[in-house]
Write a protein that binds this ligand. Structure first.
Ligand code: NAI
Ligand code: MG
Length: 330
C-alpha cells in the first residue's frame, strides 16, 4: 500500500506527524509518500495544488491528510474540493461516538451515529457567478450522486442497526425533493429501515436525542455543518475523524481545520488525526491494528493524558507518545 501523507497547514503540521508516529509503531508494510499542499505551497508557488500533485495522489492507494488554511485570494479554488472531485471520493463518512470517560456539551454518552455526507455536489458544486451586487451559487443534486451516496449509507446501515435517517430541506429546496426521493427508493430496495428529517429540526434533535440515530445521510453543506455541530456532543472538534471514500481511492482527515488560533503552540488534540488514520487501517483491512489504535487512544484518556481542549495539560506530542507506546507494547 502507498499512502500520500499531506500535513497541510497550521495544526495539520502538528497532528499528522503524531498520527504517522502511531502508524509507524504498528510496523506495517506501508509506503509513505510525503506531499506538500495548501497555503504554504500557495505562498511559495502561487498555487495550492498542481497537476503533478494530483498525479502523485493518484499514484497512491489513499491519502492521510491534516488540514489546509484557505488563502486570502478571491480566485482560490479549494484544494479539498479539487481532490474530492478529481479522485471522485463521493462519500464522506463521519462517525460521532463518545470516547469512554469523555462527555460533551449535552452530558450524554449513550449515542453512536455516523453522518454520511455527499461530497461532490450540492452547495459545493463550484458553479458560481459573482457580480458586484449579487452572487449566485448553484446547488446541484443529481440522481446518480444521490443514488451512490444512498447506497454507501445503506451499506453502512446494514453493518450497524439497519436504520437510516435522510436529512434534507425538501419543503423549500426542490433539489432536495429529488435527493429525498432517491434515498427513499434506495433504502427500500436495500431493505434498510428509513425515516427522514428536515435539516433544521435535525440540528435540534441531534443535540437533544443523539441516541435516536444510527446512520444519517445528507447533502454536502448540511453534512458539513451537522458534523461540526455533532463534535460538540463528543467534547471537542479535536476528536472527530472522517473518511472520504470513492470506488477507487480514499482519503482520511480530521473533521477540524488548520486552527490558526492554536497552531504552533503544541496543544492541538491529535486524536481526530489518529482516529482518521485508524479509519484508514480499517479501509485497508487491518482490523486488528485499528482496534489496537482505538484502545490506545482510550488508554491515553483513562490516564488523563489529554490536551487543553479536553481540560488536560498534555501537549500534542505527549499524547502522541503515550498512544504510540501503547500500540508498540500491546
Ligand atoms: P477549525 O476547525 O480550524 O477551528 C475551530 C476551533 O476548534 C478553533 O477554536 C480551534 O482552535 C479548535 N480546534 C480545531 N481543531 C482542534 C484540535 N485538533 N485540538 C484542539 N482544538 C481544535 O476551523 P476554523 O478556525 O474555522 O478554520 C481555520 C482554517 O481551516 C480556515 O482557513 C478554514 O478554511 C480551514 N479549514 C480547513 C479544513 C480542512 O482542511 N479540512 C476544514 C475546516 C476549516
Ligand atoms: Mg467543515
Amino acid at each position: 500500500m502507498r499512502v500520500a501523507i499531506v500535513e497541510g497547514d497550521g495544526i495539520g503540521k502538528e497532528v499528522i506527524p503524531v498520527a504517522v508516529e502511531v502508524l509507524d509503531a504498528l510496523d506495517l508494510p506501508i509506503e509513505k509518500v510525503p506531499l506538500e499542499l495548501g497555503y504554504g505551497k500557495w505562498e511559495k508557488c502561487g498555487v495550492a495544488i498542481d497537476e503533478n500533485d494530483l498525479e502523485i495522489l493518484k499514484s497512491c492507494d489513499c491519502v492521510l491528510f491534516g488540514a489546509i488554511t484557505t488563502p486570502p485570494d478571491p480566485n482560490y479554488k479549494s484544494v479539498l474540493l479539487t481532490i474530492r472531485k478529481e479522485l471522485d471520493m463521493y462519500a464522506n463518512i463521519r462517525p460521532i461516538k463518545p470516547l469512554p470517560g469523555l462527555i460533551g456539551v449535552t452530558g450524554k454518552n449513550d449515542f453512536d451515529f455516523v453522518i454520511v455526507r455527499e461530497n461532490t455536489e450540492g452547495m459545493y458544486s463550484s458553479i458560481e457567478e459573482i457580480h458586484d451586487d449579487v452572487a449566485y451559487t448553484k446547488r446541484v443534486v443529481s440522481r446518480k450522486g444521490s443514488e451512490r451516496i444512498a447506497r454507501s449509507a445503506c451499506k453502512l446501515a446494514k453493518e450497524r442497526k439497519n436504520e437510516l435517517t435522510i436529512v434534507h430541506k425538501s419543503n423549500v429546496l426542490k433539489s432536495d425533493t429529488l435527493f429525498l426521493g432517491v434515498c427513499r427508493e434506495v433504502a427500500a430496495s436495500e431493505g434498510v429501515e428509513y425515516g427522514d428529517m428536515l435539516v433544521d429540526a435535525m440540528a435540534y434533535s441531534l443535540m437533544s436525542y443523539p441516541e435516536m440515530y444510527d446512520v444519517v445521510v445528507t447533502t454536502n453543506l448540511f453534512g458539513d455543518i451537522l458534523s461540526d455541530m455533532s463534535a460538540a456532543l463528543v467534547g471537542s472538534l479535536g476528536l472527530v475523524p472522517s473518511a472520504n471514500i470513492g470506488d477507487k481511492y480514499a482519503f482520511f482527515e480530521p473533521v477540524h481545520g488548520s486552527a490558526p488560533d492554536i497552531a504552533g503552540k503544541g496543544i492541538a488534540n491529535p486524536i481526530a488525526a489518529i482516529l482518521s488514520m485508524k479509519m484508514m487501517l480499517e479501509w485497508m483491512g487491518y482490523e486488528r491494528e485499528a482496534v489496537l489504535v482505538e484502545s490506545a487512544v482510550e488508554f491515553s484518556i483513562r490516564e488523563n493524558l489529554t490536551t487543553p481542549d479536553l481540560g488536560g495539560s498534555s501537549s500534542t506530542s505527549d499524547v502522541g507518545k503515550v498512544i504510540a507506546d501503547h500500540v508498540r507494547n500491546n
